[in-house]
Design a protein around this ligand. Structure first.
Ligand code: FAD
Ligand code: SF4
Length: 427
């Protein structure tokens, strides 16, 4: 059987492994380790916070190694490292966001039918919303903002509304890509963790395999087919290390939270992002922002007394990442989008009863990287760039042409499914 290497085990990688195993003998190379939810309680973290020891977001990696943090002057960039990739720390939102791909002539209807058969998606969490979520939802309706309960992936009838979604669901309620990995493994796929791929070996226009670092050794893994799905921050670096040029089109979907003190609202014990308001260029959704709570000195209230709403922006596709680091700043248009979002959030909180002088902003953080080898109309049938050797494919957010400003997991899964179908037919 032909050998396929899949790099990364997040949304795209796990999907590709599941779809390719059988036709190919698949090995998944994953840089991180097994995923474990953060066990430390929020009250213990609050005690540490009071000592003044929490001052830099990168410290979170010491207690929760799944989270990888990069920082620049304007924002904190977040992604997940480990089995399941960033899906293990997601908030479970399941939105179909492939309109831009459809515009290029890529119709993923069949893939979405499969996804909805494989992944339970529902809004059952709505039955147990706390009072504040319910009231914020009503205010959204009163303001004609058309809030919609967020479809979530997983068995949400078992959700205990502990609010720890981004720290890893302790109840196993949320769907994450480890469920696809398990299916791939049951079919015979191998998974190697702690194995960081550095470059693809390309010879005479064909990929021969990948070079990866495992512990202190550098190893070559030969393959007939290579699928890069290391995520929007890592896939472009692997490509550049392999001599493939990427586009400086990095998007990240920056998030800014607008919050107020609201005694005993207990938002930290609510399912994250219970509903979503779609706006031109951004979404708005209630959100307890752990990063700001831990590290932003203006978030100076007990967790149970903070009520926050996030703005998630579809940012300009301007930026890049390379082995030298990340270059990403907000454009004037991005800043205007955030400003408009802040005004709406302030009005929502004002109607909720908050006083305007007690409203504060969070730290801008961003966790939806992609866009550095965007699909084009010419690639609508192949999902393959001419820059790549014929047996090297990408199956992650790197292919998404424009910032979604919305949860991308389902769309990445659909893309990875299509890429896998193409490879299963072609090789
Ligand atoms: C806090 C947070 C909450 C989110 N919530 C949602 C949500 O509710 N819904 C939603 O749709 N989206 C959500 N997202 C975004 C979503 O999780 C990601 O966009 C998505 O998982 C990206 O999929 P991917 O396959 O491109 O990359 P990832 O899922 O990030 O997977 C990449 C994998 O590659 C591995 N890797 C990296 N470098 C290497 C290397 N060199 N060699 C080998 N392996 C490597 C990583 O460890 C990782 O396992 C959230 C993101 C964050 C940060
Ligand atoms: S609120 Fe708690 S139980 Fe519900 S999905 Fe999130 S982490 Fe899991």
């Amino acid at each position: 059987m032909k050998r396929a290497i899949v790099v990364g085990s997040g949304a795209g990688g796990a999907t590709a492994a599941k779809e390719l195993q059988g036709k190919f003998d698949v090995t998944v190379l994953e840089a991180g380790k097994e995923f474990k939810p953060l066990k430390i309680s929020l009250s213990f973290m609050e005690t540490i916070k009071r000592t003044g020891l929490l001052f830099d977001e990168r410290e979170i990696q010491l207690i929760f190694p799944t989270i990888k943090i990069r920082k620049n002057k304007e924002m904190v960039l977040v992604n997940g490292i480990g089995l399941g990739g960033t899906t293990t720390i997601c908030t479970g939102n399941a939105l179909r966001m492939d309109h831009d791909l459809k515009g290029l002539g890529i119709n993923l209807d069949d893939e979405f039918v499969e996804i909805y058969q494989e992944i339970p998606v529902n809004t059952k969490h709505q039955n147990r919303w706390r009072k504040h979520a319910q009231r914020l939802f009503e205010i959204g309706q009163e303001m004609d903002l058309y809030p919609q309960p967020t479809p979530k992936m997983g068995n949400y009838e078992k959700c205990v509304h502990c609010g720890r979604c981004v720290l890893g669901c302790p109840q196993g309620v949320k769907w994450d890509s480890r469920r696809y990995l398990k299916i791939a493994q049951e079919k015979g796929a191998k998974i190697i963790t702690g194995c960081k791929v550095e470059k693809v070996e390309i010879e005479n226009g064909k990929s021969r395999g990948v070079w990866a670092r495992k512990g202190i050794t550098n190893r070559f893994y030969p393959a007939d087919l290579i699928i890069l799905a290391a995520g929007g921050f890592a896939t472009p670096v692997i490509l550049q290390n392999s001599g493939v040029t990427c586009e400086p089109n990095l998007f990240v979907d920056p998030v800014l939270c607008v919050a107020t003190e609201w005694k005993d609202c207990q938002q930290q014990r609510e399912v994250e992002m219970p509903f979503v308001i779609q706006n031109q260029g951004f979404i708005i959704s209630p959100y307890f922002d752990y990063l700001s709570f831990f590290f932003n000195p203006t978030w100076n209230y007990p967790a149970k007394d903070i009520l926050g709403i996030m703005i998630k922006l579809a940012d300009s596709n301007i930026g890049s990442i390379s082995k030298r680091g990340v270059r990403k700043t907000l454009t004037t248009e991005d800043k205007q989008g955030l400003k408009q979002g802040v005004e709406i959030c302030i009005e929502i909180l004002r109607r909720f009863g908050a006083s305007e002088d007690n409203i504060f902003l969070g730290t801008i953080n961003a966790g939806h990287p992609g866009g550095m080898l965007p699909l084009t109309e010419q690639e609508a049938k192949t999902l393959h760039s001419e820059r790549l050797p014929e047996n090297l494919y990408i199956a992650d957010a790197t292919l998404i042409p424009k910032a979604l400003g919305n949860p991308p997991i389902l769309t990445i899964i659909a893309i990875a499914k299509r890429v896998s179908k193409i490879c299963n037919q072609k090789f």
